[in-house]
Design a binder for this molecule. Structure first.
Ligand code: NAP
Length: 462
């Protein structure tokens, strides 16, 4: 048996349901809070009171790292999911079940518990605040999601066992999924693997699908990268290409197949916003979603592109920057540069679009041919110039000087004509692959709550 790990807030029934499941599967039941008390010889309120929450989290991390790898049902403390190291340990070769419960039921269940408060707020407000703060972590932790609000622990255990046995997608959804992929352009080995994952009855009901939604999508490096990461972290998921001219069809299929997440690419980053249940604040401000996380029956849209631009530029905080382009990626880049307190001027072939993006993001804008008057510290290319079919550099050789940092967001080829020219002039250069790496790292965190080192992603992309 694979390990079953129960996550969720206090009062969602993890301990009672965990005991029932362990007895039914004839395996040991482990509760991380009880293990902490046994190992330290102190109660959790005492640890919080005497040593503080940080010390408690360190002990909890050690206990989770030492859990047995199989044949156990494990109940975790409500805040364990927030730590990405815990998530990497808990996810490995396990089925993670997120238990959810409505606010009233949680309040009722924990009102008389001796557990220490985590904030100075009254109990109900503390629960609402903590649920909100940990929402993304809980969702990322979930392979299965079970609402225990109106159920007894015994009924919840029946529901969990049923989902573990049969999986979530219905046989007809699986059939529809196979038809969708057979109608596309997937290569034979990729199609065979999907037919295996979507077989009915399934050979492994808990293998979850993720993928890249785009048209075209088959050029994406996502499947190679994410499937390698799943193997590395012991995650029972498969990442594939969702290629279709209609994003609505992809989203309907994703919901019926209980897909865990989608990376969204051209031309759907704007259109998908109307098809998710919620859009996070950064994505709303940028006006584009490149990541959709499905959990507990709802889909949330995020943008990780801006973080992919921001991370490699952190050391240039406060610089004077020129952003070339005013399209989708330029919007995410403008958001990142402004977030780093840069003085940004947007130059674009169509000046009205530069003006519109500048107004939306608090940047300046100017005509393309004013570049020579600006003397920036940084230039970011967010046009497709440099990749096929137009492989020209967006700047001329004499416009590139040694003090300039050049970040070319184009990543095919990795060394673009602009990067080559900048290297020749002694500039600091950042290749588009760095943006891809950092945005993929953020996506993996949104999907699974795990923080993958950038080096690991770079290794799988090379
Ligand atoms: P987009 O929405 O179509 O915007 C393209 C922008 O480039 C527009 O501002 C457009 O100007 C300008 N442009 C297009 N052709 C041009 C030309 N020949 N000369 C001057 N300007 C031109 O595209 P996008 O989604 O923002 O993507 C832009 C590029 O970013 C892609 O080609 C890709 O290489 C790169 N990208 C990189 C990553 C990564 O992870 N590194 C991720 C996504 C995209 P107009 O307004 O005048 O049309």
């Amino acid at each position: 048996m694979k390990r079953i790990v129960l996550t969720g807030f206090r009062g969602t029934g993890k301990t009672e349901i965990g005991r029932i499941l362990a007895a039914q599967h004839r395996v040991v039941f482990l509760d991380t809070d009880s293990l902490i008390e046994q190992q330290t010889g102190r109660s959790i309120p005492d640890i919080f009171h005497e040593d503080g929450e940080e010390r408690f989290r360190t002990i909890e991390r050690d206990v989770i790292a030492g859990l047995p790898p199989a044949d156990a049902v494990i109940s975790t403390g409500g805040g364990a999911v927030v730590d990405p190291v815990n998530m990497a340990h808990l996810r490995r070769d396990s089925t993670v079940v997120l238990l959810t419960t409505d606010l009233d039921a949680i309040e009722q269940r924990i009102a008389r518990s001796p557990r220490p408060p985590l904030t100075n707020l009254p109990l109900r407000e503390e629960i609402a605040e903590m649920l909100d703060r940990r929402r993304q972590n809980y969702r990322a932790s979930a392979d299965l999601c079970v609402d225990t609000s109106g159920t007894t622990p015994a009924t919840a255990a029946v529901i969990i066992n049923d989902r573990i046995d049969k999986g979530v997608p219905t046989p007809s959804a699986r059939k529809e999924g196979v038809a969708f992929f057979r109608g596309g352009r997937l290569a034979a080995p990729a199609l065979r693997r999907l037919e295996e994952v979507l077989a009915s009855p399934p050979s492994d009901p808990l293998t979850r699908l993720l993928g890249v939604a785009g048209y075209p999508a088959l050029h994406s490096r996502g499947p190679r990268l994410f499937n390698a990461l799943f193997a590395e972290y012991g995650i029972n998921c498969h990442y594939t290409f969702f290629e279709d001219p209609v994003i609505g069809r992809i989203m309907d299929l994703a919901r019926s197949l209980d897909v865990k997440g989608l990376s969204v690419t051209i031309p759907f980053k704007q259109d998908v916003m109307a098809l998710v249940d919620e859009v996070d604040e950064a994505a709303r401000n940028i006006g584009a979603v490149n990541t959709v996380v499905f959990a507990c029956g709802s889909a949330t849209g995020y943008n990780t592109d801006w973080l992919g631009v921001r991370k490699p530029l952190v050391s240039l905080k406060g610089s004077k920057a020129v952003l070339l382009g005013a399209g989708g990626v330029a919007s995410a880049a403008a958001f990142a540069l402004v977030d780093l307190d840069m003085d940004v001027t947007i130059l674009n072939r169509t000046p009205e679009k530069a003006k519109e993006l500048a107004a939306r993001t608090g940047c300046r804008w100017a005509a393309w041919d004013t570049f020579d008057q600006i003397h920036p510290d940084l230039v970011v290319n967010a046009t497709p110039l440099g990749m096929e079919p137009d492989t020209r550099s967006p700047l001329r050789e004499e416009q590139v000087y040694p003090d300039l940092t050049v970040f070319d967001l184009v990543y095919t080829p990795p060394v673009t004509p602009l990067i080559e020219m900048a290297l020749g002039r002694g500039c600091r250069t950042i290749q588009g692959t760095e943006m891809f790496i950092e945005q993929a790292k953020e996506q993996f965190w949104l999907f699974f709550g795990i923080d993958v080192p950038s080096e690991t992603i770079r290794k799988y992309l090379s």
